[in-house]
Design a protein around this ligand. Structure first.
Ligand code: ADP
Length: 391
């Protein structure tokens, strides 16, 4: 009997001990579950804040941003992407990339998982539309738990245009340099082959060599002036434009008289300008030089300047050969000439007007041309006058 009572007491003790252990274990796991719940809550709150931050970053970005799911469907688009792709607000969501961009090649580029370029240029809205560069970034585990792709879109239309301008320019320069070099080489070979023995022929050839080397030197000088005008800020100071015009007109008078031209100046005195004196001189020299080059004997060239509101207006007027209307839009392009042979014969490089345009625009000015074929041309330059403050 005593034995049975003792066993019962021990069993009861074990049960009490087990119960309290279980109780403790439950408390511990409840506490652990509570900790996990609150850290999950904190993580969710953090994730929501990061999502908001990412959204704010994406929406304020100057680049277009598209997030695509693994099938290439748009799951996020910022406002820049909507603007670039001409879409309504939220109009890109749930669309396939082809529907969003009308570019099957872009879709192909995005879905290509193999090696290949990271960016692809495509055009929106036909041949005249903007060119966008799409760079892709892959996320093996996106927000949805599935692979996602981010496309960053940048408008490269202007960059591409500049690349074309640069390529054309390099091509033009090499062509312009090759022509006189080829002529010099051909003459040298003819002289070598025996023409040097005939003094009259040799003299003729030698003077052509001098002319061609002069042309090369003029091209090099104009290229330097153009590059300076493009790359450096003008060093501005106050000066009187009328004084400068007088100097240039006086310099050209002997040449004009030789060509049978009248050259006159009409300018208000004084006409103060805040500009680079050297560069404005270059503008006047180029325009007066053209007016005298493209006006036949007996013609008139007038240089006129006056103040108009906040601008100084300079006109170089001639009654020379004029320019047909279809040439006017391209006249200020580098190496553009209406009549190549005539320009070359008069020593032109085809760079004079592009230099003028660059200088005028770097001074926040404007250049215009009005011309009638066989009647004459007027080149008008408007420059901000710049007021000198009392010291
Ligand atoms: P160029 O060295 O050939 O004169 P420019 O850039 O100064 O080069 O001028 C470009 C072209 O514009 C010239 O080749 C010429 O055909 C035309 N042009 C410029 N000025 C005049 C003008 N005053 N009258 C007629 N044509 C002009």
């Amino acid at each position: 009997m005593i034995w049975l009572i003792s066993v019962s007491i021990v069993l009861a003790g074990v049960c009490v001990w087990l119960f309290s252990e279980l109780q403790r274990a439950k408390q511990h796991s409840d506490q652990r579950a509570e900790e996990l719940r609150s850290s999950a809550k904190a993580l969710a709150a953090d994730a929501a804040i990061y999502k908001q931050k990412l959204n704010a970053l994406s929406q304020s970005s100057g680049a277009g941003i598209l997030m695509l799911d693994k099938s290439g469907t748009v799951v996020h688009a910022n406002v820049t992407a909507e603007r670039m792709l001409n879409a309504e607000p939220d109009g890109l969501l749930k669309r396939s990339l082809i529907q969003a961009t009308f570019s099957a090649e872009l879709q192909q580029f995005v879905l290509n998982m193999g090696p290949g370029p990271d960016s692809y240029d495509f055009q929106i809205g036909g041949a005249q539309g903007p060119i966008l560069r799409a760079s892709k970034y892959r996320f093996p585990m996106g927000v949805s738990g599935e692979p996602e792709t981010m496309l960053v879109l940048v408008d490269v239309t202007e960059l591409r245009r500049l690349e074309t301008v640069r390529r054309d320019f390099v091509g033009n320069v090499s062509h312009e340099l090759r022509t006189p070099l080829a002529s010099i080489r051909a003459i040298a070979e003819t002289l070598q082959d025996g023409a040097i023995a005939d003094e009259d022929v040799a003299q003729g050839f030698l003077s052509t060599i001098v002319q061609e080397t002069d042309r090369l030197a003029r091209i090099a000088a104009d290229l330097l002036i153009l590059s300076d005008a493009e790359s450096k800020e003008p060093e501005k100071s106050y000066f009187d434009l009328t004084e400068l015009l007088k100097e240039v007109v006086e310099r050209f008078k002997p040449h004009a008289a030789e060509s049978g031209l009248s050259l006159a100046l009409e300018a208000e005195k004084p006409l103060q300008l805040l500009a680079s004196r050297d560069q404005v001189e270059q503008v006047v020299v180029n325009l007066v030089s053209n007016a005298t080059k493209y006006t036949p004997s007996g013609g008139k060239v007038l240089v006129r300047a006056h103040k108009q509101d906040e601008n100084v207006v300079l006109d170089v007027i001639d009654n020379g050969i004029g320019i047909m209307h279809e040439h006017l839009p391209r006249l200020f392009e580098r190496f553009y000439r209406v009549d190549k042979a005539r320009s070359r014969a008069s020593g032109g490089t085809g760079l004079g007007l592009s230099i003028v345009k660059h200088i005028v625009e770097s001074h926040e000015g404007e250049i215009r041309v009005a011309s009638e074929y066989n009647r004459g041309s007027t080149f008008t330059v408007m420059l901000p006058a710049g007021t000198q403050t009392a010291q």
